[in-house]
Design a protein around this ligand. Structure first.
Ligand SMILES: NC(=O)c1ccc[n+]([C@@H]2O[C@H](COP(=O)([O-])OP(=O)(O)OC[C@H]3O[C@@H](n4cnc5c(N)ncnc54)[C@H](O)[C@@H]3O)[C@@H](O)[C@H]2O)c1
Length: 447
């Protein structure tokens, strides 16, 4: 797989010789302390160093990812954490400690002076010269700024999907990817299905011609509606939106970017990560109304066009009382597949008559743990994973579909990439923040 390469002889041997280090020799140079991006530190694999982990965004995924990072490598400690809200940070520390049990005292080393609260608090994590690896698990809107700060300070990164919510965010992420590559920093993105054993084997079979050439793909993410946290009298509008972030496109990117991007990433995967030339997308709000639902849609149906004439389709809904489906329907020249990651029985390839041609029979370990196992192995081994660019492309595929749905226009890849529409306020504080109108196709301009 492209995101988990074996040690790359073309550079790692050369770099190891140049730096005088070798995999078998305990390490000397730790390319992790803060340095200017223009003066990258010499990289060498971090064979025996105790790696210190920082977390930015201490909610569900921040808590889970911290545990997975600590389990991935016995020589790691949780060192520094930040969140906009103190209650989220404290419950995350408690959750991680409870999960680790007897190991917590040794592995969770986050005293009050390394618990940072506020919108700008992430700098305290990324600026900390002791931190080696940061987990970027806050809301999608903030990912580009957090990633930029992390790579500028020489940190290895785990970043949750999606990587951004708009074109300017994607351009920032691509610039950070370049810095990460130059500085040999690992950057692994939480498109977790790319690390699922059965899914990987199934997509490998697909690409090994199990059903011939892929002619068309339709991925679905049809699910129920979003939960809500009731407005509290003490909350400002910003706090209400932040605590109900899925309902606000500027924070989440809307559900096609925040949630269904997993399925769009698998559409891209089935298409061998070819970039679509343009997208047309239908969407709207059929069952959601009222300001408590912010400005997000509840359904999208996207048609991606490729330079070779193929089309890829994606549909997603968040509507209660409608059937769920989270499947990747792939049609090839010699057969078909209907792959559903939640159902390992679906890891099969069928011929044109529906007869089974291939079936995955291996194990299916925890894909979230697999991500961190791969990340830390790559840092230790001196072949830092980098799936940032591919993940930025999958994120932009989702963003361009949202842009097409909101405006009612067909949107090209270039238009999305060069878009100047920056969602959200210019500065962040727990006070007032405007509520956007729900976009109307044909009326809302394409920015
Ligand atoms: N890969 C997956 O399967 C998967 C599953 C769930 C969530 N996610 C992704 O993980 C991310 C987080 O989702 P979650 O479910 O953990 O949300 P969450 O609300 O449980 O946690 C996010 C935390 O980030 C904090 N935060 C927000 N902005 C911040 C900022 N600027 N600085 C510091 N902290 C900030 C919030 O206060 C909150 O505590 C999202 O991008 C989501 O799409 C991925």
């Amino acid at each position: 797989m492209s995101e988990t390469p074996p040690p790359d002889a073309s550079w790692s041997r050369r770099e190891l010789v140049r730096t005088g280090a070798a995999l078998a020799i305990p390490l000397v140079v730790a390319g992790c302390a803060a340095t200017s991006p223009s003066k990258p530190k010499v990289f060498a694999p971090l064979v025996s160093k105790r790696l210190k982990i920082g977390v930015i965004g201490c909610g569900g995924r921040g808590t889970g990812a911290a545990v997975q990072a600590l389990r991935a490598d016995p020589n790691t400690v949780l060192w520094s954490m930040s969140d906009v809200f103190a209650d989220r940070l404290e419950s995350s520390v408690a959750g991680i400690a409870a999960e680790l049990g007897a190991d917590a005292a040794a592995r969770v080393q986050v005293p009050p002076e390394r618990r940072h609260v506020g919108f700008d608090a992430y700098h305290k994590v990324t600026d900390d010269p002791d931190v080696d690896v940061v987990l970027l698990t806050s809301y999608p809107h903030f990912r580009p700024a957090h990633l930029a700060a992390a790579v500028a300070n020489g940190k290895h990164v785990f970043a949750e999907k999606p990587l951004a919510v708009d074109g300017p965010g994607i351009r920032s992420v691509l610039a950070s990817c370049e810095i990460a590559k130059q500085r040999k920093l690992a950057l692994l993105v939480g498109f977790c299905w790319r690390h699922h054993d059965g899914m990987r084997a199934t997509f490998d079979a697909l690409h090994d011609d199990a059903i011939g050439d892929v002619m068309s793909v339709h991925t679905t993410y049809h699910t129920s509606t979003l939960s809500k946290r009731p407005r509290q009298p003490s909350w400002s509008e910003m706090e209400f939106q932040m605590r109900n972030w899925w309902h606000f496109a500027w924070i989440s990117g809307d559900h096609i970017v925040e949630q269904a991007v997993h399925s769009i990433d698998r559409l891209a995967w089935a298409m061998r990560d070819a970039l679509p030339t343009r997208v047309t997308c239908l969407g709207g709000r059929a069952a959601r109304s009222g300001p408590e639902h912010g400005d997000v849609y509840d359904h999208f149906a996207a048609i991606y066009e490729y330079a070779d004439g193929r089309r890829g389709f994606h549909s997603c809904t968040q509507i209660d009382g409608t059937p769920s489906d989270n499947t990747d329907y792939v049609t090839g020249t010699h057969g078909r597949a209907a792959i559903n990651g939640w159902n390992p029985e679906s890891f099969v390839m069928l011929d044109r008559k529906g007869r089974e041609e291939w079936r995955y029979k291996g194990e299916n370990r925890d894909m979230y743990q697999n991500e961190h196992d791969a990340l830390f192995a790559s840092i230790r081994g001196g072949y830092p994973i980098h799936d940032g660019v591919r993940s930025a492309n999958s994120t932009l595929m989702a963003i361009m579909a949202r842009m097409a749905a909101y405006s009612g226009q067909t949107v090209t890849w270039q238009q999305a990439l060069e878009s100047h529409e920056a969602l959200g306020p210019a500065t962040y504080a727990l006070g007032d923040v405007p509520l956007r109108d729900v976009p109307i196709p044909g009326k809302t301009p394409l920015a």
